[in-house]
Design a protein around this ligand. Structure first.
Ligand code: HPA
Length: 250
């Protein structure tokens, strides 16, 4: 088995990559404790890639309890240098409608109480990584070009507001996020993106719009259901294997 230089992190509704062939598992103990599960390494066409389900393959780990450090450490130990992080999100602004696929380019972190740095332990090196562009611009650009080559429509750029969860937001909270400039909302891009930067990994987010965020869209008072979320994530994730193949071929 070749070393996977690219890894995909699956979010809500994406717990495995059915297109992966000849799958082997990779696990190791990490300095930060247990990851969400094993890294599945397999072939996608001519390429070897790694896959990890962020919430665990049975969706047993809520966003605020994910061991983001262990997950990224394990992917790096498996050989990954580039991470494509899939996140189910709620859409706030018009372009981010349900079942849309998009590549955010900015983040605002509203989470609290999560271990958000490798510098947590006494004695660890103090890092002040540049985070002006929270997603690696070259990987984001490569994904965008791959999407164009593969004929996969994606929204180019948007600000992802990261909330604590696991509950969804109030309409007032989403109105505040909109005023802050957020286009989409989710619960898992932070601290993952910042830790990837500290670990020296290239990192780009691929957001799948699961629903209109609270108070948004044509029926602002409609309740958000898990059926709706999973149905839209399913639809939005259908082109992911083609997108990855195009990225790896490019
Ligand atoms: N809010 C936060 N996270 C989400 C949402 C949402 O509306 N939908 C999917 N993940």
């Amino acid at each position: 088995m070749n070393t996977p230089s690219l890894a995909l992190i699956g979010g809500t509704g994406l717990y495995r990559l059915a297109a992966l062939e000849d799958v082997t598992d990779f696990t190791a103990s990490t300095p930060y404790g247990e990851a969400s599960g094993p890294v599945r390494i397999g072939r996608l066409g001519a390429h070897t890639i790694a896959f990890l389900a962020r919430h665990g393959e049975a969706h047993s780990v809520p966003p605020h309890r994910i061991n983001y450090r262990a997950n990224l450490w394990l992917l790096r130990a498996a050989g990954a240098k580039r991470i494509v992080a899939v996140n189910a999100v709620g859409g706030i602004t018009e372009a981010w409608a349900p079942a849309v696929l998009g590549l955010p380019d900015q983040l605002i972190d509203y989470t609290w109480g999560r271990i958000s740095t490798l510098c947590e332990e006494p004695g660890s090196e103090v890092l002040h990584v540049d985070f002006g562009d929270p997603y690696t611009p070259s990987l984001r650009r490569a994904l965008l070009q791959a999407a164009r080559r593969a004929g996969v429509p994606v929204v180019d750029g948007g600000c992802y507001g990261v909330t604590q969860g696991p509950r969804l937001e109030t309409r007032a909270e989403i109105a505040r996020l909109r005023r802050d400039g957020c286009d989409l909302v989710g619960m898992t891009a932070m601290p993952e993106a910042a830790l990837a930067r500290e670990l020296g990994l290239e990192y780009a987010g691929l957001a799948l719009v699961a629903n209109w965020a609270a108070g948004c869209g044509p029926e602002p008072e409609r309740e958000i259901t898990m059926d709706e979320v999973l149905g839209n994530v399913d639809r939005a994730s259908a082109p992911i294997p083609a997108l990855l193949r195009s990225l790896l071929d490019g």
